[in-house]
Design a protein around this ligand. Structure first.
Ligand code: SAM
Ligand code: SF4
Length: 441
């Protein structure tokens, strides 16, 4: 019999080897990057403030302080204007964090600026269960928000306590009631869960799925618990560490339980059937990230902004962007990146990759495409490749491995600014010394 965990581990190792150069960042100038030709991409706006800092969280976030946050939002709006003045246009905007709703009035003012400059039609905002209140949500609805995403992680009170969220964000039952009360308020209401938590059982996951389906929300994202050396050190006392051998069974349960009502939009996001287009979306290749600790991908170059909040304010005051590092991917890595992003969106369109990379795409990535075929991970037709559940599972693993590489980079960058973060961070740069130039603060 095939030893599936062994195959998973081998494939992941190969994937990490193949993609390890993606994040070999070098110092960058900080001016607005050249605008890629063609289509409008996405704007990502990072808000790094939270009321509590959850031990498992792998994002760039700091303890919320009102004065600092107000100055930060003002700098964000200036940075967004810089991109507009340089000719950038966006079709949608995503406010992520951290917790973008920590300063609702500042958030609305920033949405107004983005709408005024770019006329975006899609506006997505992340929030936490405590902020599901009319005084926060009504202004967001009036500002044109089309998607609200709530971080729930689990309805299991024991797990919420371990995640240190029970006291701050309420019990599972309270959170479920708050979500029910706002269902229908925005075109898309997404609920975030984290699966494969160290003390999560299959029964607890099944209960989360059953409660979720009773809420009236129309989208759900199930992220596997991802770590980094710093996250693991924080987690080990509070929650324990995840066991990767359980991932396959958890994932299978999620896909099976959601299957009838929800269709997958990516390897970890599921949208209620009949809502939104069933036509598949070709993943946006270009996006701009603004704020502190944000990433951009533009025409084959990956950029990162400073993780120093003070440094961010200074750079914006000098008329620069927040960008401090970048890495130009090799031609083959750009193809690998396209393959990863498009397959993560469940389909890879032959005509699209041909237009982006030419016929050499199929010659250079023959090994990757052969592996897909050998694994029975995708159906191939004249239009392209379409992932099945087995393929979705592998793409979920690969995307989480990619995010863990990003987490390593975040760890290294946050270690440079540890005095600003109000929490202990230990320096570690497991992806190599070129990863985090000391002067890139
Ligand atoms: C940046 S948070 C924003 C949501 C909001 N701050 C909250 O926690 O309610 C977005 C989502 O990332 C996910 N997340 C955070 N840390 C993670 C980790 N270590 N592994 C997997 N998912 C994680 C959580 O599901 C979270 O809801
Ligand atoms: S999970 Fe959400 S609330 Fe918790 S620290 Fe991360 S961003 Fe903040």
């Amino acid at each position: 019999m095939l030893d599936l965990p062994l195959i998973d581990a081998y494939l992941l190792k190969l994937f990490r080897f193949r993609t390890r150069a993606f994040l070999h960042m070098e110092e960058a100038r900080g001016t607005v990057p050249p605008k890629p030709p063609g289509s409008a991409g996405y704007l990502y706006v990072h808000i790094p403030f939270c009321e509590v800092l959850c031990p498992f969280c792998s994002f760039h976030r700091v303890q919320h302080r009102h004065g600092q946050a107000v100055r930060y939002f003002a700098a964000l709006r200036d940075e967004i204007r810089l991109y507009h003045a340089a000719g950038y246009r966006f079709s949608g905007v995503y406010f992520g964090g951290g917790t973008p709703t920590v300063e609702p009035a500042e958030l609305v003012a920033t949405i107004d600026v983005v709408r005024g400059l770019f006329g975006v039609t899609e506006i997505s905002v992340e929030t936490n269960p405590k902020d599901l209140r009319p005084d926060v949500l009504e202004p967001l609805r009036a500002a044109g928000v089309t998607r609200l995403s709530v971080g729930v992680q689990s309805f299991d009170d024991q797990l919420l306590r371990e995640m240190e969220r029970y006291d701050k964000y309420g019990s599972g039952e309270e959170t479920a009631a708050r979500i029910r009360a706002v269902a229908g308020m925005f075109p898309t209401l997404n609920v975030d869960f984290i699966f494969n938590q160290p003390h999560q059982t299959l029964g607890s996951l099944e209960r989360d799925l059953a409660i979720f389906r009773s809420l009236g929300a129309n989208q759900v994202s199930f992220y596997p618990l991802m770590t980094s050396p710093t996250v693991e050190r924080r987690m080990v006392g509070a929650m324990g560490l995840p066991d990767q051998r359980r991932l396959r069974q958890f994932y299978h349960t999620i896909v099976q339980r959601l299957g009838r009502e929800f269709r997958p939009s990516s390897a970890w996001c599921f949208t209620r059937r009949g809502q939104g287009s069933d036509e598949y979306i070709v993943a946006a290749d270009n996006y701009v990230g603004v704020g502190s600790g944000a990433f951009s991908y533009l025409d084959g170059t990956l950029y990162s902004t400073t993780f120093s909040l003070a440094g961010y304010e200074q750079r914006i005051a000098q008329g620069l962007t927040g960008i401090t590092t970048c890495h130009r991917l090799s031609e083959t890595d750009r193809m690998r990146y396209s393959l990863l992003v498009q397959l993560f969106g469940l389909h890879m369109d032959r005509a699209t990759v041909l237009a982006q990379h030419g016929p050499q795409f199929f010659r250079r990535l023959w090994g990757e495409l052969l592996t897909l075929r050998a694994l029975g991970a995708a159906r191939e037709d004249a239009r392209g490749w379409h992932l099945n559940e087995r393929g979705m599972y592998w793409l979920m693993l690969m995307m989480s491995a990619f995010f863990e590489s990003v987490n390593h980079y975040r760890d290294a960058m946050r270690a440079h600014v540890k005095d600003e973060l109000h929490e202990p961070v230990t320096l570690c740069a497991p992806l190599g010394p070129s990863l985090a130039p000391a002067s890139a603060k």
